[in-house]
Design a binder for this molecule. Sequence first.
Ligand code: ATP
Length: 316
Amino acid sequence: MHVLRIEKLTKIYKLAGHTFTALSALDLSIEQGEVFGFLGPNGAGKTTTIKILVNLIFPTSGKAWIFGDDCSLPEARRRIGFLPEMPMFYDYLTLEELLRFGGETAGLSKALIKTRIDHLLVLLDMERARNLRIRKFSKGMQQRAGLAYALMGDPDVLILDEPMSGLDPIGRKDFVDLIRKLKAEGKTIFFSSHVLSDIENLCDRVGILVKGELKKVGNVSELLRAEDGFLVRVSGLDGGGKEYLEQLGVHVSVDGNALSLRVTRDKVMDVMDIIKARKASIASIDTMRKSLEDIFMEVVQQNQSSVSPTPSSPHA
Ligand code: ATP
């Protein structure tokens, strides 16, 4: 059974007589134990999706299920822990008081609340902050307190909205380490982000949402491997060779007297055949590896002209 299943989820906001489609027929499934990065630029519809999943707003059409239960049902919510984009706590509470409150609202016994607080404070490395008021917390500590609160009910799936925004590099590293620990505990984690550093090494799969539409989804290592390739500089490739390569889907640019070809792995043999047949000569070959950030920027750029691309970096 899928942990999360989303089918044709659509959200149309109505504002002052106008309609705006924030989410358009989203289909997505998340498996047990996965860390899934839900990526997209500002305004892509990530928060809208998450708010529907945790039943804060209703979809215009389509459906979502959590462990097979419609996400609007209390049964579905019992199995999720949710960290909103900007968690607001009553900041006169100490961390322990906040977590006790979380345990009580989740209906836990006093003994279980104590055990769980002790476990979470160690897991999140927050033992020293146990009796500190939330108002004294840094942004990173507030984020971890929010995560601890979301974990009080020992949920099977964590849904986190932009958990890394506003964190400095150390805070982001702490977050990545923490997500790894939670994955090791068997949790499924679905989080939105437009901070791409670290995601490549953290997520099992990612989905890229642009203007409410899911433009790419897949296993991170497979996505990266599919985009791997070679940067080949060739001279003497005349007689329509450039056009022929472009028809094959190879990106060709003029580089002085030579042509610079970006060749993905699947096209290497075809390209070599063309070079040989035209008796062109190869000046250099470098391996080329795209990062998740390159892929993200390409997908966003193809669908949203205001974002500038990040070129992929060749490595010798
Ligand atoms: P960000 O990364 O900036 O948080 P996001 O991907 O989470 O963005 P959403 O917050 O889901 O995007 O917003 C998607 C679109 O829907 C945006 O254009 C936003 O302005 C619009 N929107 C969100 N909430 C409402 C609302 N209540 N009424 C009208 N439009 C809304």
